[in-house]
Design a protein around this ligand. Structure first.
Ligand SMILES: [Zn+2]
Length: 334
């Protein structure tokens, strides 16, 4: 089976010749950018640079997928957030558009043509053309909860979930349209699967709030986006994995704060699991032996797609990602 077939089979927990290896989030490190002479901010702002850097996820690091959206700010920039696109040692950062939850927002009719969206859409087309037969091309969008943080600021948005829940629900209904439109445009540009990032982890959102505000929204996104979804939520999600299961989303990209065996148990038989390898302890600071041992633990626990838990820290050595993907290919045969 080709890497693409293995990756897509494993997103559905289907049979394949081995376990998949890849990432739903950024695999970019400073040394990887230095190696190929393409770096931030160009790799956020110019489609050929973005595609060239994403391709190394397969050609240099050995993963079964490529994913060109390295930051969390693309669609938010298209909505009007001011974004500093970073540099070879720094990830982008952005600023809210509104100061109060009562401010009305309008979604620009042409936001998909703003460079924030257009550049990744073009990069996906390049990747599909160059590598699309061989590897899975994965896009990435943010859910309305994260977009709420970006548009209103984290504090204002979270305080409002308690003080003005109806207003927040109304805003989530408005912002869900951004997520759906950007995702479906990515599918039209060649994405085989899409990461759905939504930052509703335990320290920012209680399990009740997940149930009340978000489980339904994530279910609706699964219904309205016509490709397999990989839901990415950082941090400890053990207290909401049962609710996440009810959304019907194919795969959950989990953080090492959830112990692997517990994640497997909570995800049930149907939902695939991806990631779970600690970025700090292993990808940045681990020895080759530690990484191979972790891969074997993930294989024993029944993780379907093995790779880093979240965006790789820029100061990690990219060689550790090669060690991880090689170990999955060597020990993950089925
Ligand atoms: Zn994350």
């Amino acid at each position: 089976m080709k890497p693409k077939e293995i990756f897509l089979a494993k997103l559905h927990r289907g049979p394949a010749t081995r376990v998949a290896t890849g990432s739903a989030t950024s695999i970019v490190t400073t040394d990887l950018m230095e190696k190929i002479g393409v770096s931030f901010p160009d790799a956020h702002l110019k489609a050929p640079a973005m595609a060239a850097l994403a391709a190394t996820g397969h050609t240099l690091l050995g993963f079964d997928n490529v994913m060109p959206l390295y930051s969390v700010w693309h669609e938010s920039a298209a909505l009007g957030c001011q974004v500093d696109w970073g540099n070879i040692r720094r990830m982008p950062d952005g600023h809210p558009i509104c100061t109060s939850i009562s401010d009305s927002i309008s979604i620009p009719a042409d936001f998909l043509h703003h460079p924030g969206c257009q550049v990744p859409l073009d990069a996906l087309k390049w990747l599909k053309k160059d590598l699309g037969e061989e590897v899975a091309v994965v896009g990435k969008v943010f859910g309305p909860w994260t977009l709420g943080y970006h548009v209103f600021g984290v504090e204002e948005f979270l305080a409002s979930t308690l003080l003005e829940p109806d207003r927040v629900k109304h805003l989530l209904r408005q912002l869900i349209e951004v997520t759906v439109a950007f995702a479906n445009a990515q599918i039209d540009s060649g994405a085989d699967a899409i990461t759905l990032g939504d930052h509703c982890t335990r320290d920012l959102c209680s399990p009740q709030i997940y149930r009340d505000f978000l489980a339904e929204i994530h279910h609706e996104l699964h219904e309205r986006i016509a490709c397999p979804l990989i839901l990415h939520i950082c941090g400890d999600t053990a207290d909401r994995l049962a609710s996440i299961r009810t959304t019907g989303i194919e795969c959950f990209h989990f953080d090492s704060k959830v112990p692997t065996a517990e994640a497997r148990k909570l995800a049930g038989e149907k939902m695939a699991l991806m990631g779970g390898t600690s970025n700090i302890a292993l990808i940045r600071n681990g020895t080759p032996r530690d990484i191979v041992q972790d891969v074997n633990e993930k294989l024993a626990a029944g993780i379907d797609l093995i790779g880093p838990e979240c965006a790789v820290p820029l100061d990690a050595p990219c060689e550790n990602l090669q060690i991880l993907s090689s170990a999955v290919k060597k020990f993950g045969r089925q």
